[in-house]
Structures are given as C-alpha cells and as structure tokens.
Design a protein around this ligand. Structure first.
Ligand code: SF4
Length: 102
C-alpha cells in the first residue's frame, strides 16, 4: 500500500526529473529566433537580416562564425554558442552579444 508520505516523497522527485529532462532536451536544440533570450539579444540566423535601426552597433562582416562565443570551426554551418548555454546557432547568424574572435 502506498502511504501519503511515500507519495509526497515521490511527486517532487518526478517534477525535478521532468524539469531536468526538458533542460536536457533544450540543450541540443538549435536556438530559435523567437525564444525570449534570442529576441532580447536580437538573434537572427542570417546577419543580413539584422535590424540596424534597433542594433546600430552592428557592422558588416559580423556573424556568429566570427564571434568569440562560437565554439565550432569558423567554417561550420552551425556551432555551439556559450551565450546560449552551448546550444547551436547559425554560423551566418548574429546577436547583439557579438564579440570579434581574437
Ligand atoms: Fe552568434 Fe556570438 Fe551572438 Fe552567440 S554571442 S549568437 S555566436 S553573435
């Protein structure tokens, strides 16, 4: 027989497992332009579509593959971005956290 105490012990653990599972599923998922963090940073998958009125510091030639937070080879079509927790972003993309690779 399942006691009330056993249920109260089990339910929070299941919740934690569910949240952890979602975070893990999100971890490898490419960043979507419509996500809140992406929207706040002005992330686009193609730097040609940067809203230059909203982000006047954008300069031609800036794109994810040339950014220091892009951890894949500069020639990779997509690569992990440390600003987005290591999730893939588009090499030709851009966001306002751009810092030129040293
Ligand atoms: Fe791209 Fe750099 Fe912004 Fe990451 S921080 S999305 S690599 S421009």
């Amino acid at each position: 027989m399942t006691t009330r105490r056993a249920i109260l012990h089990w339910v929070p653990a299941a919740g934690v497992a569910l949240v952890a599972g979602r975070a893990q599923a999100q971890a490898g998922k490419a960043v979507d332009e419509k996500e809140p963090q992406a929207v706040s940073l002005g992330y686009v998958t193609d730097a040609a579509r940067v809203d230059k009125t909203k982000f006047p510091k954008f300069a031609a030639g800036q794109h994810c593959a040339a950014c220091q937070f892009y951890t894949a080879a500069a020639t990779a079509a997509t690569g992990p971005c440390t600003i987005f927790g290591g999730r893939p972003v588009a090499g030709p993309g851009w966001c306002s956290a751009f810092v030129k690779k040293a």
